[in-house]
Design a protein around this ligand. Sequence first.
Ligand code: ATP
Ligand code: MG
Length: 240
Amino acid sequence: MLDVRDLNVFRGSTHVLKDVSFRVEEGELAALIGANGAGKSTTLLTLSGLLPPRSGTAVFTNDGEPLDLTRASSEKIVRAGLIQCPEGRQIFQSLSVSENLAMGAYTRRDRAGIKQSLEEVYELFPILAERANLHAGSLSGGEQMMLAIGRALLAQPRMLLLDEPSLGLAPLVVEKIFDVIARLKSTGVTIFLIEQNAAMALDIADVAYVMETGRIVLSGTGSELANNDRVRQSYLGVAA
Ligand SMILES: Nc1ncnc2c1ncn2[C@@H]1O[C@H](COP(=O)(O)OP(=O)(O)OP(=O)(O)O)[C@@H](O)[C@H]1O
Ligand SMILES: [Mg+2]
């Protein structure tokens, strides 16, 4: 579904992504783990059409229709069903919860379908239904993360890109978010999960990639990487 080959991306004069290649198959949950500054968010911005790469390709295929992400507009990428839930959530603080959710459906015209998606999000996150008319800025961090995921779901993703959904959240909220991610996967949404919480990410990932200073240095199934000595020492805090 997503085929990334030899991406090289510069930010300013810094060579951030170096020959990055990976694949995500349809229906799979793939995780990308790595330390601060490794290039994870840069990878996501490149896949969302927001950062043009210096070289390499990234092709998203939905229903047999390939889309070259390095040349497509962000709107075209969203219409193709590749939806991102960005780092830092990027909620519109002064809009209400329901208005934020509605923004997620901006490319859709099927009013009945939008209403149904909204009901599904409220079922998934009842707290958002309770807070529907409040300013998003008044939500807690965990609730804002739920709102960001809910907004992404309003766009009807075929594939969802999540950038550090657990960041700064209490363990119980992190569990709730990961439950929802697993549930979305079970409904057939393909997921690309960026995480620093390597333990949680490897636990639910079908496949995972480790990024260090802009390069993919390891890959394998979630359990293979969870049992890899280098991963255990560097990312799971297990002493050598
Ligand atoms: N606008 C920019 N100009 C120049 N360098 C940048 C810019 N944005 C990011 N970088 C650099 O690119 C590198 C990768 O950043 P990126 O945000 O992709 O890392 P990350 O893996 O997402 O880290 P984190 O876990 O902290 O979110 C870092 O060294 C960062 O300083
Ligand atoms: Mg980041």
